[in-house]
Ligand binder design. Sequence first.
Ligand SMILES: Cc1cc2nc3c(=O)[nH]c(=O)nc-3n(C[C@H](O)[C@H](O)[C@H](O)COP(=O)(O)OP(=O)(O)OC[C@H]3O[C@@H](n4cnc5c(N)ncnc54)[C@H](O)[C@@H]3O)c2cc1C
Length: 397
Amino acid sequence: MPNIRNIIVLGGNYAGSSIAHLFLKHTYPELPMTGAKYRLVLVNPSTTFYHRSASPRAAADLERTEKSCTLFSNLTEGFAQYSPESFGFIQGLATDVDLDRRTVTIKRTEGVGSGGVVEETLPFHALFIATGASPNADILDTVQNGKEQVLSRIRDMNAKVNGAKDIVIAGGGPTAVELAGEIGEHLNGAAGRFSKRPSNPKARVRLISDSEYLLQTKLSRKHAGWAEQLLARVGVDVVSGVRTTSAEPNSDGSTRVLLNNGTIIHILDERGFVKTNDKTLRVDAAGPRVYCVGDVGTYTRGGLPDLILAVLPAMANFRRDLLAAHSNVDAKPTGRDKAHEKSTAETLLCTVGYTRGLGVFTGRQLPYFMTYQFKVEDYFDCGHEFASGSRWEKTSF
Ligand SMILES: Cc1cc2nc3c(=O)[nH]c(=O)nc-3n(C[C@H](O)[C@H](O)[C@H](O)COP(=O)(O)OP(=O)(O)OC[C@H]3O[C@@H](n4cnc5c(N)ncnc54)[C@H](O)[C@@H]3O)c2cc1C
């Protein structure tokens, strides 16, 4: 029997798909031909990649969203290019990570409807935790059993939005602002050139935030007023400094890590994020060859730019660890790790409806046409590139 070493990646959206494609495209072909063999196993509850960045628009108007970007991509098709010796996909949720035994327990989600739930425990040689962070709103969430389920939630939401006369959205971060903006413009239209509010609003839309000012976690105060003006333009009123109940999302989006057994608890901070070394992207307290990339890590403020910045150093350090341990699993690499440089720049692109947005790049306000081209028009339309791996074709690390 060949000695097969599992590289398990938990989570298959932006971070997990990136890790898996980068490994299979660039690292796997470079591994020694003799001795141990490697196989990457990607674990995700759905075979669908959800471009959740565009979900605020989908919540207001699915049809408009599907015209401007690819909301769903097929992970099975994206990974069909790799051989079964190098890659396996498990449609399921990791329910338990045992860091002492170095195993992951996975509850399969395929066939759940017909009662066919199967649990299995796999040993890992290396582990990536890329399970993301979840807002308290199903339609914005990536933890799902499949495209049909998300689509039906989105359609329900569209129907509720279209029939509503009074809508309250809680939260002061980019997700809440985008959601309020999309719903506002969808229902109320936008103000004319010389007015501040739409002339004939169909519904009252309020954004209630418990932070001092909007977008406080991302931007300095001077840009907040601008967000409020753009929201007023689509008929959204902002009510600041009001504490919301626990059933509503927090201003920075709540998080949950779906792995909470005894051995993993000590690698989580008090909010449930994975304590990650922000230079190496290793999870130092979890033992050798355990890494974390994406919103679930403590190294990040969340968002795709941070994730894209982290993925390559994580892969470089993973490759060093893997090659060093090829003949002796206890061996560590010599020389320097690739250092991840954290971004601290005041940068944000936030849609406020489907015609305008707020853009700040390294502290400077961007003109509307740039924000429109970068984001408002199509919400980056990058989901399919992550799912197919085309984004990482020519990368080196
Ligand atoms: C509504 C909304 C709008 C956003 N807009 C933007 C934007 O415009 N620009 C931007 O830069 N960022 C935006 N973000 C943030 C961006 O979506 C995140 O940075 C990104 O999703 C993080 O990717 P990830 O792969 O770490 O996590 P996710 O995309 O959340 O993916 C995590 C994956 O792990 C799976 N998973 C969870 N638990 C388990 C488990 N136990 N076992 C196996 N799999 C599991 C999930 O199902 C999911 O597929 C937005 C976020 C939200 C919620």
